[in-house]
Design a protein around this ligand. Structure first.
Ligand code: DUC
Ligand code: ZN
Ligand code: ZN
Ligand code: ZN
Length: 461
């Protein structure tokens, strides 16, 4: 099956050019001068639209266990919603439970995802138990295409790793070419603040934000950077939310250290004010790190321009308001941590282009090209070029849309962006050459998505 995408503006991270795109089977076959005389089995009209590489969301949690419940999207529903929103690759986190093996964990995540995804997918591994066995198993994970290992400086007693454990995992990363991903919040200090708030009867969702101050994200980020420097390990700071953390990352990068960071749309558009919404509505906005006071947002946009923030991922971790978020009524610390977002990342970042915060090319770079390079998927993903997978989004930059839970495809009963009006929307989506979304609906299939065994980080300084 061949497809010709006619008349669009092809936007790569390196530049934009009017061109027709010829897809043959699962791959991009050629970029052609507009109107080049050639026939294909199917033609997609992209005139007046952008033709961009499919989004790569490097941070999702489908069916993730958390505090006795599970995030509400399955791999099937979550990857279908991703496709609707122009994301054609996700990288999800396998979660090691303390006392279990990394390889068993990986098998478990394959059992959940394999045959159940609508778009291509890979895994990171959360390491919560650092010992000789798991350090050795990191090598087998790498051989299996999982070479990025997330650790936590937060959640003592659950995922928390000591500085010594982080150091040992980083030494292994240095030795193998792996990258350590860090949840950088000082969990020891945070747990004290949480206990004090609860003891004082402060139980509302906003306390989630007030007990996790930005300074404690800045401190943990600096400490992780120091440990990475001592060991020589690359470091990728996940879900960076605070200006203090961004400052630490920028300083390290200015010295040439292999330190990278992602932020998420919720930190660019939502704030502590949302966590303070009355009638327990704030629970919808509980994620960690927490939403910050509004003044952090302009710093994050600046970080996206300077490349001190290289990637925007969603940290999609949806919990329904009813029965899941409600577990924390009367005790904010029991609200499951996470927000839905996999469907709207590409659209929300496009608002950055509309508002002049980032260029068209930068939009593509932070949502597709850099995550593809950072996580060993480039040039198969993240670029419109001959030989790349035909993961392509035809994006209509003019049509307006309003985000609503009534129309979204994620398996969650609210939208964090309910009522938000956006300029631009996804028009047509191809995943490995197959039209999975167009104006007439969803034409993909659960099971179409394939596991991506990833190469090592291709983005090192
Ligand atoms: N960190 C994540 O990355 N996702 C959900 C919760 C968390 O703490
Ligand atoms: Zn985290
Ligand atoms: Zn800099
Ligand atoms: Zn996450």
């Amino acid at each position: 099956m061949s497809t010709l995408i006619r008349g669009g503006l092809v936007v790569n991270a390196t530049g934009a050019v009017p061109a027709d795109v010829l897809v043959d089977g699962e791959k991009i076959a050629a970029l052609l001068a507009p109107g080049f005389p050639i026939e294909a089995d199917r033609t997609v009209d992209a005139s007046g639209k952008y033709v961009i590489p499919g989004g790569v969301d490097a941070h999702t949690h489908m069916e993730m266990p958390f505090g006795g419940t599970f995030s509400a999207d399955t791999f099937a529903t979550g990857t279908t919603a991703a496709a609707w929103g122009g994301t054609t690759t996700i990288i999800d986190f396998a979660v090691q439970v303390k006392g279990t093996s990394l390889l068993t964990t990986l098998d478990k995540w394959h059992a959940k995802a394999d045959g159940n995804c609508a778009v291509d997918y890979g895994f990171h591994m959360i390491v919560s138990d650092v010992n000789e066995t798991s350090l050795k198993e990191m090598e087998s994970c790498i051989d299996a295409g999982v070479n990025t290992f997330k650790m936590f400086m937060a959640y003592p007693g659950v995922f928390y790793a000591t500085d010594g454990e982080i150091l040992r995992a980083m030494q292994k990363a240095r030795e193998t070419g792996a990258t350590i991903m860090m949840h950088a919040e000082n969990g020891i200090a945070i747990d004290q603040l949480v206990a004090q708030a609860l003891a004082a009867g402060r139980t509302d969702p906003v306390e989630h934000g007030l007990t996790r101050p930005a300074e404690l994200e800045g401190e943990a980020t600096s400490r992780a950077i120091t440990l990475a420097k001592v060991t020589g390990s690359p470091l990728y700071v996940v879900h960076l939310s605070a200006a203090q953390a961004l400052d630490a990352v920028a300083r390290a990068r200015d010295t040439g250290q292999n330190v990278f960071a992602e932020t998420c749309p919720q930190y660019l558009y939502l704030s502590l004010e949302d966590l303070a919404r009355p009638d327990f509505e704030g629970a919808k906005y509980v994620a960690s790190p927490p939403l910050r006071p509004r003044e952090h947002q302009s710093e994050l946009w600046r970080g996206l321009r300077t490349n001190d923030l290289s990637v925007v991922s969603t940290d999609h971790c949806p919990f329904c308001f009813k029965d899941q978020k409600e577990l924390g009524r009367g005790d904010f610390s029991k609200i499951p941590n996470g927000m839905p977002g996999v469907e709207h990342r590409v659209d929300l970042l496009h608002q950055g282009v509309v508002k002049g915060e980032i260029s068209l090319e930068r939009w593509v770079e932070i949502s597709s090209t850099t995550p593809a390079r950072m996580f060993g998927l480039h040039p198969r993903k993240g670029v419109i070029a001959p030989g790349a997978d035909a993961d392509i989004v035809v994006y209509d930059p003019q049509t307006r849309q309003t985000i609503s839970a009534a129309t979204h495809h994620m398996n969650v009963d609210y939208s964090a962006y309910e009522g938000m009006e956006l300029t631009g929307r996804v028009d047509t989506v191809l995943s490995r050459g197959r039209v999975v979304v167009d104006g007439s609906g969803f034409h993909g299939a659960v099971g179409h998505g394939r596991f991506l065994a990833r190469e090592l980080n291709q983005y090192l300084i």
